[in-house]
Design a binder for this molecule. Sequence first.
Ligand code: SF4
Length: 249
Amino acid sequence: MSVKVLVPVSGGKDSQAALKMAMQHHAPEDVRGLFCDTQFEHPLTYAHVEKLRALYGPVRIDTVTGGSVMEKSIKYGRFPGGGARHCTDELKIRETRIYCKALAEEQGGFEVWYGMRTQESPERGKRYAGKLDDALYHPHEVMTKYPKYLGKMGVRFRLAICSWSESDVLEYLDGQENPLYAAGFPRVGCFPCQASGDVWKEKAYAFDEFGAAQKAKVMIVSKQIGKSMWNSKGGKVRNESPGCELCAH
Ligand code: SF4
C-alpha cells in the first residue's frame, strides 16, 4: 500500500481544507497527513490535530519535529521576522523535505496537497499567481526552497485550494475548524507567531495561562540573545517603556 497524497497539516483551516478534500477524493489509506511540530503551538492546536486524525478518516497523521522556535532563535541570535524566518526554513520546509525524500525512496512518487491560498496575503498572491488548484507542479516550482531532486523522484505539489477565499474555506469546514479562530485569532500557527505583528502577540500573551507562559519563555530568550521580543516601535513603547508609576496605578 502506498501513499498517494501527503497533506502537510498545521492545525490551521487551510491545510484542514486540503486534508478534507484529499479524504473526499481518495481512500483513507491512500492519504497521509504530516504535522511539523514547532513545539510552540497552543494546546488547542495540538488537540485539533489529534481531532483531525478521526474527523475525516481515520487518517494517519505523522508528527515530525526539527526542534523548537525558541531553540532556533537562540541558534541564530534573533527572533524570526520579515523575510528571515529560520523557523519556517528549519522546522517546516526542511522537515517536509526530509520526510518527502524518505517516503519517495520507500515507495516512489506521490502528491503533496498544500493549503496555500493566493488571497491569504499580497505576498502569497504574487508568489502563487497563475497557479491552478488542480494542476501538479514540481516542488521547486511552487517553493524555490525545495530541491529539484524531489521532482525527479516523482514528488508533485498541488495547491488544492489556491483560488479559494477565506469564506469558501470556512463554509467547507462547516464549523469544524480550530477553536482559536472563534477566539479571535485569524491565523493559527505558533502561539503566537514570532514573525507576526506585536498586537497579535500581545493578544496571545494575554489570552490565557498558556499565553502568559509563552511570554515568559520568550522573555528569557530575549534576554539571552539580547534582542527585543517586539518587532515594532509601538510594541516596544507599550511593553518596554518603564512608564510613569503614578499613571500605571
Ligand atoms: S508560525 Fe511564525 S514563528 Fe511559527 S514557524 Fe511559522 S513563521 Fe515561525
